[in-house]
Design a protein around this ligand. Structure first.
Ligand code: HEM
Ligand SMILES: Cc1cc2nc3c(=O)[nH]c(=O)nc-3n(C[C@H](O)[C@H](O)[C@H](O)COP(=O)(O)O)c2cc1C
Length: 337
């Protein structure tokens, strides 16, 4: 909820209102706009974000615009509060996490009001902000707290029971820059090892360099993406894909699954994992389950990750026979179970 409020506030009043770009070559965009090489152009978010063609009732403050089902209907370039492309904000996820935590802590402790009916006046420095905006703050009383449910934590149903791996080879490959995909890969490997698989975990590039044949293995790839491109530990794989190195390869003996790690706030959401998935599928390898996605923007939490992975673990094609019934019902979200 807080994230949706922040998104909508940033849509109507992007704190860094323009960013500047210039084309490398003369170009015509939208069939009529002539842009000259190296001539800077300002992209003015306050105009873009209120464009009625992109945003119905564009002046309305409506936090439901950033519900996932509605985001899917937006034009991919209609929201640019954090800039665009390779020079987009690298602090985006940090800023959103920090703002959410700060808001939650403030609202938990204090009740906030605007006794003077403030009318917005913009103060402009490097960023824009409200000028002379004062709020009234007092300690929040117990009766002012919203009661949701019983307050008891509800356990995520992610266990799918014990599994016997019978010494089968199992490779977990990761493509990561900052380490999220690697962490997930290592946790998956750990679990598979406990389940009795002979596990190796390494980066996608290391695996490519080793030239390991995939025929007799279960391969799980956990890959992130940056601006739709490969993360640091998969750049050589991306180069090989660009060069068509896997075209015509026959990996029909391999069984594989891809878990993409991305953030749907970026226009090229999950682009690299999708590309990897399609390339491996084209080799004739057996697809164990549909590509799973972890979306950092909608709670890419451990629970979400394990929910994604539980689908893989619930896939009977991947594992040998379960040794005892599940403690909780398995999550049967994948198409092959
Ligand atoms: C709500 C908060 C924020 C907003 C709205 C925002 C917005 C932006 C925008 C629009 C750009 C692109 C500027 C351009 O293309 O000229 C940008 C770039 C950048 N931002 Fe943020 N930002 C925020 C928070 C942060 C934070 C917290 C950090 C650091 C921890 C940060 C670090 C950067 C950096 C380093 C760049 C330049 C990236 C590059 O040129 O490769 N930002 N930001
Ligand atoms: C500069 C930057 C660019 C990103 N670009 C994309 C993108 O194009 N598509 C996407 O789905 N996620 C994108 N993300 C989100 C990352 O893929 C996500 O944060 C992921 O968890 C990073 O994994 P890693 O820690 O393993 O590198 C981007 C993140 C950053 C910081």
């Amino acid at each position: 909820m807080i994230e949706r409020i922040l998104n909508e506030a940033l849509r109507l009043w992007a704190t860094a209102p323009p960013y500047t770009v210039a084309p490398y070559e003369d170009a015509v965009i939208g069939g009529r706009w002539h842009l000259r090489k190296d001539r800077p152009v300002n992209v003015f978010m306050l105009g873009l974000h209120r464009n009625a063609k992109a945003w119905p009732d564009s002046e309305e403050f409506d936090i439901d615009r950033s519900l996932p089902k509605n985001v899917a209907t937006h034009h991919p370039h209609a929201y640019k509060s954090f800039g665009d492309g390779e020079r987009a904000c690298i602090g985006r996820q940090f800023a959103m996490a920090e703002a959410k935590i700060a808001m939650a802590m403030l609202l938990r402790a204090f009740s906030v009001s605007d006794p003077h009916g403030y009318r917005l006046r913009i103060k402009e420095t490097l960023t824009i902000k409200p000028e002379e905006f004062f709020i009234r703050v007092r300690t929040r009383q117990p009766h002012e707290r919203l009661q949701l449910g019983t307050g008891e934590a509800v356990a995520e149903e992610v266990e799918v029971g014990a599994i016997a791996g019978t010494g089968q080879r199992f490779a977990v490959l990761y493509g990561a820059s900052l380490g999220t995909a690697r962490d997930i890969a290592e946790e998956l490997a750990e679990r598979a090892r406990v389940d009795g698989f002979e596990v190796v975990v390494r980066s996608m590039d290391d695996s490519l360099r080793d030239g390991a044949a995939p025929e007799d293995k279960v391969i799980v790839i956990v890959a992130a993406t940056y601006n739709g491109r490969a993360p640091d530990s998969a750049v050589e794989v991306e180069r090989a894909l660009d060069a068509g190195a896997f075209e015509g390869a026959d990996w029909s003996g391999a069984r594989f699954a891809v878990l993409g790690v991305g953030n749907s706030q970026w226009p090229n959401y999950q682009h690299f994992p999708k590309r990897v998935d399609a390339a491996i599928e084209a080799t004739g390898a057996t697809w164990l389950l549909p590509r799973a996605e972890v979306d950092a923007s909608i709670g890419g939490s451990r629970a979400a990750i394990w929910r994604g992975w539980s689908r893989a673990r619930g896939c009977s094609a991947m594992y040998a026979t379960p040794t005892r019934p599940s403690r909780r019902p398995p999550i049967r979200a994948c198409r092959c179970c």
